[in-house]
Design a binder for this molecule. Structure first.
Ligand code: 8YV
Length: 310
């Protein structure tokens, strides 16, 4: 978390930094019984084991919209509120998803590398694939999925989607299964939340259904894609390419993916602008302040709904 988040927390609360100490066990034993609020980075696991150490915990404020590393159901059972940072990052992540799509289809980073390597005077850059006449499938038509779809409309491509249910207020083509979606499109934009329910759902069969022109873009969680199956599909030409902002075991990226020159790989930067990270940080703090002011959480997650208690 940015220094300004830490400063804001320290000015309002008595702050203990588990991320700064070598002996986390010792700090947990010392202050755990008194801790009432937790501010966590999106990649920090928070589960029953941690809750056991924090018996007075009331709220977990997560820096990020995705909270697959937090056992929110368990939090709900214990009456602990979990909050995340929706909305403030929607447009930023959707912009990045479109950038990643264009970069992958038109090989923008590769062409940049080509110029820098001094190869242009020798021979023009090879022709690339195109976004023209493509059908784009969105896996997960939530806030970010909708923002991606709105942007895609400007690119004149057909838009399809798969999610748990058909959305009555959109005209995009719905597919009841991911496999049906993959059969119907040649670009798959992965925006589904991470966690057990979506783990490995973009599997070998789905990738094969996308076909040899197929392109996979992932700005959600690496776990949604069966990464070894993706590597196989890229190497064998089962699909054309992939643009990935997220990976199964970040910050480790398999060498087999790095070796695929056609793939575009980013170090999980979807929300990583100064503007948006600042807004996310503010929301992490504001959720805690609002809660401890007795005004309730601002953005509780679905598993821990909150209504003002009498
Ligand atoms: C996080 C993200 O900000 O919001 C999410 O779910 O993945 C990112 O925007 C990032 O993981 C922070 O650590």
């Amino acid at each position: 978390m940015q220094p300004e988040v830490v400063e804001a927390l320290a000015s309002r609360f008595r702050l203990h930094r588990l991320d700064q100490v070598a002996d986390k066990e010792a700090l947990l034993s010392e202050v755990g019984p008194h801790v009432r609020g937790l501010a966590v980075g999106a990649q920090t696991p928070v589960d029953a084991k941690i809750f056991d150490r924090l018996p007075r915990l009331e709220i977990v404020s997560n820096f990020g919209v995705g909270y697959d590393t937090i056992d929110a159901k368990e939090a709900g059972r214990r009456g602990i509120i979990v909050t995340n940072t929706p909305d403030v990052l929607t447009d930023e992540v959707a912009d990045l998803a479109l950038g990643l799509l264009l970069s992958t289809v038109r090989q923008i980073p590769q062409a940049d590398r080509y110029l820098r390597a001094g190869k242009w005077p020798t021979k023009p850059y090879p022709l690339t694939s195109t976004l023209r006449e493509r059908k784009v499938g969105i896996l997960g038509l939530g806030r970010i999925g909708h923002a991606i779809a709105r942007r895609l409309q400007g690119f004149d491509v057909a838009i399809h989607y798969h999610g748990r249910s058909r959305q009555s207020d959109v005209a995009y083509a719905y597919h009841a299964t991911l496999l049906d979606l993959a059969r119907a499109v040649d670009v798959l934009m992965v925006v589904a939340p991470g966690g057990a329910g979506t783990e490995g759902m973009v599997n070998a069969e789905v990738l094969a259904a996308l076909g040899p022109d197929g392109i996979v873009i992932n700005v959600a969680r690496g776990t949604v894609i069966d990464e070894p199956a993706l590597i196989d599909a890229l190497r064998s030409g089962t699909i054309h390419s992939a643009g990935l902002d997220v990976f199964a075991k970040e910050p480790q990226v398999p060498q087999e993916l790095i070796d695929v020159e056609r793939a575009v790989l980013l170090p999980h930067v979807g929300s990583a602008s100064v503007h948006t990270r600042r807004a996310m940080g503010r929301l992490v703090v504001d959720n805690l302040v609002s809660w401890f002011d007795g005004k309730g959480p601002l953005t509780p997650v679905a598993e821990t709904p909150w209504s003002r208690r009498a």
